[in-house]
Design a protein around this ligand. Sequence first.
Ligand SMILES: [Zn+2]
Length: 114
Amino acid sequence: MIQEEKQELKQIIQSEIATLSTEIATIQTALKPIKKDCSLDSIDHKMLKQDQNVNIQRYEVAKVRLNRLKAAYLNIDSKEYGVCQECEEDINIERLKLIPESKYCVSCMNELGL
Ligand SMILES: [Zn+2]
């Protein structure tokens, strides 16, 4: 991987981290405990609960991705970064731009069923 590509990937990772951090903060605000509101009937309350569950799932997904991106960022200057952990071939740069935290090339991902 050439230096310019690394630089570009670093920027991509940084902006993804910023986006995810904002998203996590937004979800956290939305996840404030539901206050008992007498004006809500039980159906409204049920829908609120469902919303909460969706938010919890989004929150978990975002947090996992954030951790992976942070790890990728710390790892980007190492030799292992951008190399498939399965076949040890270089991971396609276009793929890394889309998913900078990739640890496997596309064919290994498919083979491993990831
Ligand atoms: Zn591979």
